[in-house]
Design a protein around this ligand. Structure first.
Ligand code: ZN
Length: 227
C-alpha cells in the first residue's frame, strides 16, 4: 500500500528524536523482541540521511514496545546471502530499500513508500522513494521553506522525517500483514506535507488493538531475534 500525500497540501519541519530505548515508565510492551531489518540504500543517498530516516522511524514506534535492529548495507547487495554479517542475528526476512524509483501519482497523491502484497501476504521489501520525497518538497515550499535557500543539512533533516514516517507506516502494513488503512494514527493512508515534514510526528500513534495483532504475528513468524 502506498503512503501518499496531496500535492496541493500545505506544509513544513526535524528529526532529533534521540537514540533507541523505551521511554521511562513504559514497560508494558517490553516482551516483544526486536525485529531485524536489512537496509539498503542507493549510492547517492548519504549514510547520515539513512541514519536520520531510521531514527525517525524508531521515534514513531518508540513506546509501542517494538524495536528494530537495522542492518545496513551501503550498496545493492543480496542481504540474504549468508556470511556477510557476523553476529547473533538470524537472516532478516524484511529489507528496506531507499532509492530513486518512483511510482506514478494516483488520485493526485504522491507515493513516498510502498510494500507490495502477494495475495494476502506482504512482500519482503519496503521501498522508500527519495526521488518522490524530493518532488514533494519542491511543491511543499510553503511548508518547508524555499529550497533554493535551504542548507543541505536542513533538506536532509526534512527528507528524513518524511521517509522515516513513511517507513513507520509501511512497517505497520508488514507487521499487520494487511493493507488496512484507518482514519487516524499510523495506518492513515494519506498525509499532508505538514504531517510529513513537521518537527513532531503527531498523528502517527499506534492503535492498541493493531499493536496486539502485530505482536502476535511478530512472534509467530519468528521475525525476531530469538536465538
Ligand atoms: Zn498504507
Amino acid at each position: 500500500m502506498l503512503i501518499a500525500t496531496s500535492l496541493a497540501a500545505a506544509l513544513y519541519a526535524s528529526h532529533a528524536f534521540a537514540a533507541s530505548g523505551t521511554a521511562p515508565g513504559i514497560t508494558a510492551f517490553t516482551s516483544v523482541p526486536p525485529m531485524i531489518v536489512d537496509v539498503v540504500s542507493a549510492p547517492d543517498i548519504s549514510a547520515s540521511l539513512v541514519s536520520s530516516v531510521l531514527a525517525e522511524t524508531d521515534a514513531v514506534w518508540r513506546g509501542s514496545g517494538f524495536t528494530f535492529v537495522w542492518r545496513r548495507a551501503t550498496r545493492e547487495v543480496d542481504p540474504y546471502a549468508s556470511g556477510n554479517e557476523a553476529g547473533p542475528y538470524p537472516a532478516a526476512t524484511l529489507r528496506v530499500v531507499i532509492g530513486n524509483e518512483t511510482l506514478p501519482m494516483r488520485d493526485g497523491r504522491l507515493p513516498l513508500g510502498w510494500i507490495r502484497f502477494d495475495d494476502a501476504a506482504p512482500g519482503q521489501e519496503i521501498y522508500l522513494s527519495y526521488a518522490n520525497v524530493d518532488r514533494l518538497m519542491a511543491v511543499a515550499q510553503e511548508v518547508v521553506g524555499l529550497l533554493s535557500q535551504m542548507p543541505l543539512k536542513q533538506r536532509e533533516i526534512l527528507s528524513a522525517r518524511a521517509m522515516g514516517r513513511a517507513l513507520a507506516h509501511e512497517l505497520g502494513h508488514y507487521l499487520l500483514a494487511s493493507k488496512i488503512h484507518t482514519e487516524h494514527g499510523l495506518m492513515k493512508a494519506s498525509r499532508s506535507a505538514r504531517e510529513l515534514f513537521a518537527a513532531e510526528s503527531r498523528g502517527f500513534q499506534i492503535d492498541p488493538l493493531q499493536r496486539r495483532v502485530m505482536a502476535v504475528r511478530l512472534r509467530r513468524e519468528s521475525l525476531v531475534v530469538s536465538r
